[in-house]
Design a protein around this ligand. Structure first.
Ligand SMILES: Cc1cc2nc3c(=O)[nH]c(=O)nc-3n(C[C@H](O)[C@H](O)[C@H](O)COP(=O)(O)OP(=O)(O)OC[C@H]3O[C@@H](n4cnc5c(N)ncnc54)[C@H](O)[C@@H]3O)c2cc1C
Length: 644
């Protein structure tokens, strides 16, 4: 029997039948008019990008009007066996956090006590996904996500320690790309609690790794590399025993052009020449062990390269494709906790004769939090389950979860502070000092702010999702506009894309068929039908934008970000409906489930309406010009009268 998660083959064959043979990545984007820096960044990113499967995924297909609810409905719930496999560890983790981890003390001192490192190691928290044969617990992504919810709900610092260690540190890239020797050597160490970290960022290489300068030169016999340079903001670096380090290896000639190479190395911190020169401190996550790491003639064996020489950026991007799902799971924990704090306070605090939750302005904030918490959990755990089931390429889903959940959590933290009023702004210690419960909304707010910056900033997530959204169109028609290609290739592309769009475009105006939804509650079916219709509208909108802007569309970041915003909300609506139906099937109170799901879907539809309106009428061009003027030192009055 066919799995409900598989796309209907016939439909896909139908919609891809007119597509031309696959062009090379380099031929789909014209880089000839870009600056050298832009071109290098883009070429490196394209060379490191794995092509998307033609079947796409549920979320990537939203951009081409191919809405297939059957891929996420019935909700891919956690199986009873998987739940049982994680239960004992999750119980231990919950008890350990409550009884032995003091988040306010960690925040105040800026240190996680050594006994917490030992205690977490003892229950297996540093090897959650590492298979038992390498000394870990061997739990699923779903159970790992549930652990992240617990950690996020309690302490951001410990959550970041555990997550950086195994979501992006040595464990994840080795699980994906490591050789058996590498796994045998390093996974037992990190699973036991030897801390690991991921070092990509440098002073001049933040969102743009192509500008990385840390060099790895091969020794004359090629058996080793010598690393020189410096890494910035390496989370866990201060405590780590082993790092994954991205470094530039000698360039290679590709199609007659020199191409920069980045390779990923496993580096023991004890290697001579490696120094932790500085511990960085931040607004929140005050106990993050975040380091500047200097490399002076650090010798690393060739055997310590992950995957192969030159595949470093691919290792980093693929690691993050899964690794960045930990953050939204932690955000579920933070958001649930803040909702709970706000809910209680809104019922207790009397002002103007009634509890503040009776004032519509506060009630609106709490309802929004509740809807967003429900959707965040639905999206994150749907994606986790699909990852566990190896249901194809989920890079769009994980990026959407990361972007949406981190932004919503920041909004929830901001609203929770407003609901708590002055008490939200007061520290836990100060509240306790005058006899009130030490509720740390301000700590949660400080700690969660960075989530929209690291592991792919929100802006980069939007670019990343937009790139994948445009991919089917670039494959079909990108060559037309690519002045770097011979005229014959471009003429051929005009013909093949004309044939493709003659079939595809009219279909975007036909009524949407969301898949099998007759077993869905009628309230939810309304939203799913809306999502199916709107997916076609997004596809048409993107096509119209391409026709209007041609190859310059990739520069229309704000316009593209609206389409990304719409598709992300459609994913959230769809996941919410599937999750809600699953809960109804489990006998959960239908009035409660439907009210929160309906509220969320209605709110998301309003946001989608705003995105569409913004795509039609906006002040983007004027805003862009205003900023260029400001950068050129105009508008001096905006700098008048302040202390500089
Ligand atoms: C607390 C903390 C922990 C971290 N941990 C790690 C770690 O463990 N390992 C590691 O390697 N790194 C780590 N980082 C680095 C983090 O990943 C980077 O901060 C992030 O990649 C952004 O780089 P940047 O700060 O240099 O910002 P920049 O790249 O300078 O960007 C500044 C702003 O411009 C935007 N921007 C940049 N390029 C574009 C573009 N093309 N289009 C639109 N907008 C753009 C960005 O989104 C951002 O808003 C950490 C950072 C912090 C603060």
């Amino acid at each position: 029997m066919k799995s409900p998660l598989e796309a209907p083959e016939k439909q896909i064959a139908e919609e891809t039948s007119a597509k031309p043979e696959k062009p090379a990545a380099s031929s789909v984007i014209d880089t000839s008019k870009m600056s050298k820096g832009q071109r290098e960044a883009l070429e490196l990113a394209e060379a490191s990008r794995d092509p998307l499967d033609d079947r796409g995924s549920f979320a990537s297909n939203l951009f081409v009007g191919r809405y297939d609810f059957n891929r996420i409905h019935p909700y891919p719930a956690q199986s009873a066996e998987d739940q049982a496999a994680g239960a004992s560890f999750l119980q231990k983790l919950e008890t350990y956090l409550r009884e032995h981890v003091d988040p306010d003390e960690i925040d105040r001192t800026g240190e996680i006590p050594p006994e917490n490192f030992e205690g977490l190691a003892a229950i297996g928290a540093f090897g959650i996904k590492v298979p038992p044969q390498y000394g870990g617990l061997g739990l699923s992504q779903f159970n790992y996500g549930r652990a992240a919810v617990l950690l996020g709900s309690w302490d951001g610092n410990v959550a970041a320690l555990v997550s950086a260690h195994q979501s992006i540190g040595v464990a994840q890239p080795l699980l994906l790309f490591g050789t058996e020797e590498q796994k045998k050597k390093y996974l037992p160490r990190v699973a036991r609690g030897e801390i690991s970290a991921f070092a990509l960022t440098e002073t001049h290489a933040g969102s743009d790794p192509a500008t990385m300068s840390l060099k790895a030169e091969p020794t004359p016999d090629g058996s080793e590399f010598i690393l020189n340079g410096e890494k910035l903001w390496c989370t866990n670096g201060v405590k780590a025993g082993v790092l994954v380090v991205m470094a530039r290896t000698p360039p290679k000639m590709v199609n007659g052009k020199e191409r920069k190479q980045i390779s990923a190395f496993i580096v023991d911190v004890a290697t001579p020449g490696l120094e932790i020169t500085y511990r960085c401190r931040f607004m929140g996550l005050r106990a993050l062990y975040n380091a500047v790491v200097r490399f002076t003639d650090v010798r690393v064996a060739r055997a310590n390269i992950i995957a192969k020489e030159g595949a470093g950026l691919k290792v980093a991007l693929t690691t993050l494709n899964t690794g960045r799902l930990t953050l939204p799971a932690a955000c579920v924990g933070v958001s649930k906790r803040l909702l709970e704090i706000s809910r209680k306070w809104a019922g207790e605090r009397i002002q103007w004769g009634v509890p503040i939750g009776k004032h519509a302005a506060i009630a609106g904030k709490i309802a929004e939090m509740a809807g967003n918490v429900f959707a965040m959990e639905a999206m994150t755990f749907l994606t986790s389950s699909l990852l566990d089931r190896k249901s194809g390429d989920l890079r769009i889903e994980t990026a959407m979860c990361k972007m949406w959940a981190t932004e919503m959590t920041w909004k929830i933290a901001d609203d929770a502070m407003q609901v708590r009023g002055g008490r939200g702004y007061e520290t836990a210690a100060s509240l306790a000092g005058r006899g009130e419960p030490p509720i740390s909304v301000e700590r949660f707010l400080r700690d969660c702010r960075v989530n929209t910056i690291f592991e792919g900033s929100s802006e980069i997530m939007r670019l990343f999702i937009a790139r994948e959204a445009l991919d089917p169109h670039l494959k079909v028609g990108g060559a037309i506009f690519n002045t770097q290609l011979p005229m014959s290739d471009r003429a051929k592309a005009v013909f093949t894309s004309g044939k493709f769009y003659a079939g595809w475009y009219p279909r975007q105006w036909l009524p949407a068929r969301p898949g099998k939804i007759d077993n869905l509650h009628s309230d939810l079916a309304v939203h799913v039908n809306y999502a199916a219709r709107t997916s076609k509208r997004v596809a048409r909108g993107l096509f119209h934008a391409m026709a209007r802007f041609g190859p310059k569309l990739d520069r229309e970041q704000l316009l593209l970000s609206r389409f990304v915003g719409i598709a992300t909300e459609l994913f959230a609506i769809s996941a919410t409906c599937s999750f809600a139906e699953h809960l109804l099937g489990q006998g959960k109170p239908s009035d409660e489930i439907l009210s929160v799901a309906n509220y969320f879907c209605r709110s998301a539809r309003l946001r989608i309406g705003n995105h569409f309106a913004g795509a039609r009428r906006n002040a983007d061009k004027r805003g862009y010009q205003l900023t260029q003027d400001l950068l050129a030192d105009k508008h001096a009055m905006l700098r008048d009268g302040i202390v500089k």
